[in-house]
Ligand binder design. Structure first.
Ligand SMILES: [Fe+2]
Ligand SMILES: [Fe+2]
Length: 299
C-alpha cells in the first residue's frame, strides 16, 4: 500500500480517538484497527433511517436537481436500488450528525449518493455488481467528522492550514469506514480515501491517478454537486449550464472521466438521450458566478 500518513487524529462520533496524528496507515496498523471492533455490528437500511427518505425526496424536487430526478420511472428505479443499501448503525448516526450541525454536508452526501446511482446504472449492467458499488456513495465524506465545524462552515475562503485540515477528511474517512465495516479493503473505505484524487494526478492525498469506475463516478457527482450547491464560502452557486460546462472542461483536460461526464450531461437532457449519443460541446454559454470559490483557496 502507498505511504499514507495522518496529519491529524481520527476520532469517532463520541470523540474516542481511533488513531493519533502522525500514524502511518501500514498493513499491521489497519489490521489492528479493524479487529478492534466488536464482532456483531448492527446494520440498518439507510433510506429507512429517521428522516433520510423524506429529506432525499425533498432534495430531488429542488432546482436544478428536479431536471435529473423529476422523471417518475427514473426516481422509482433509483429508490428501489437505494432502498436496499444497509449500513452499520454507527455510520448512519455519523451521517445523520451532519443533518444537525452542517446541513450542507448532509444534503451533499445524500445527493452524491443518488446521483452516483443514476450514473452507475448506466455503466454497470450487472445488478449484483451495481449494488456492491453504489454503497460507496453516501459515506464518501464521512471523514468530515474529523474536521472542525468552524472550518466546514467557514463563510470565507480557507487558509492553507485550514485546507490541510479539510483534506484530512479523505484519510479520516478511510480509517472510520475500515473500522466500522471491520475491513480496510472494502470499496466504501477506498472511495472515501481516493475521491479527491484526479485522473491527471492533480488531486490528493497522494496525487496519484486513479483508474476505478466507482471512484470516477463519485468524483464527478461530487464536483457537480459542489458546483451547483450554495457553499458556506460561496453563497452564489453555478447555474446548471455553467456547472456542466465546467464538468465538460475538466473531462476534456483529462482531470475527470469523460465517459462519466457524458452520462451526467445525458441525465440533464430532458430528451433523455443515451449517453453514448450525447455530444459534449466545448462551447461556453453559461455564466459562472463571479469570484467563484470552487476549488480556489486563499493562500
Ligand atoms: Fe470530499
Ligand atoms: Fe463530497
Amino acid at each position: 500500500m502507498p505511504d499514507y500518513q495522518l496529519n491529524h487524529a481520527v476520532t469517532d462520533l463520541e470523540g474516542n480517538q481511533l488513531l493519533a496524528a502522525g500514524t502511518r496507515l501500514s498493513g499491521p496498523v489497519m489490521e489492528t484497527l479493524t479487529c478492534s471492533q466488536p464482532t456483531a455490528v448492527a446494520t440498518r437500511r439507510l433510506l429507512d433511517y429517521r428522516q433520510v427518505r423524506p429529506d432525499l425526496l425533498g432534495f430531488f424536487a429542488a432546482a436544478p436537481y428536479d431536471v435529473i430526478f423529476h422523471d417518475p420511472a427514473r426516481q422509482r428505479a433509483l429508490l428501489a436500488i437505494a432502498g436496499d443499501v444497509v449500513m452499520p448503525e454507527a455510520v448512519l448516526e455519523s451521517l445523520y450528525y451532519f443533518r444537525r450541525v452542517d446541513f450542507y454536508t448532509y444534503r451533499h452526501t445524500l445527493l452524491v449518493f443518488a446521483l452516483s446511482i443514476l450514473i452507475a446504472r448506466e455503466l454497470i449492467n450487472d445488478a449484483d455488481a451495481l449494488m456492491q458499488e453504489i454503497i460507496a456513495g453516501p459515506t464518501h465524506d464521512i471523514g468530515k467528522l474529523c474536521v472542525p465545524l468552524e472550518i466546514l462552515t467557514k463563510v470565507s475562503p480557507l487558509t492553507e492550514t485550514e485546507f490541510d485540515h479539510l483534506r484530512h477528511h479523505v484519510l479520516a474517512g478511510y480509517v472510520l469506514l475500515s473500522y466500522y465495516f471491520r475491513d480496510s479493503t472494502i470499496l466504501a473505505a477506498r472511495v472515501a480515501r481516493d475521491h479527491h484524487e484526479r485522473r491527471d494526478g492533480s488531486g490528493y492525498p497522494l496525487g496519484r491517478p486513479i483508474d476505478h469506475l466507482m471512484t470516477d463516478i463519485i468524483m464527478v457527482s461530487d464536483v457537480y454537486d459542489a458546483l451547483i450547491s450554495p457553499r458556506p464560502y460561496r453563497p452564489v452557486s453555478y447555474d446548471n449550464r455553467s456547472a456542466l460546462e465546467e464538468i465538460t472542461r475538466q473531462a476534456g483536460a483529462g482531470i475527470i472521466s469523460e465517459t462519466v461526464a457524458r452520462v451526467l450531461v445525458a441525465l440533464n437532457r430532458r430528451s433523455r438521450p443515451h449517453y453514448s449519443r450525447c455530444v459534449l460541446s466545448t462551447e461556453r454559454r453559461g455564466t459562472p458566478p463571479e469570484n467563484n470559490g470552487y476549488g480556489v483557496i486563499e493562500k
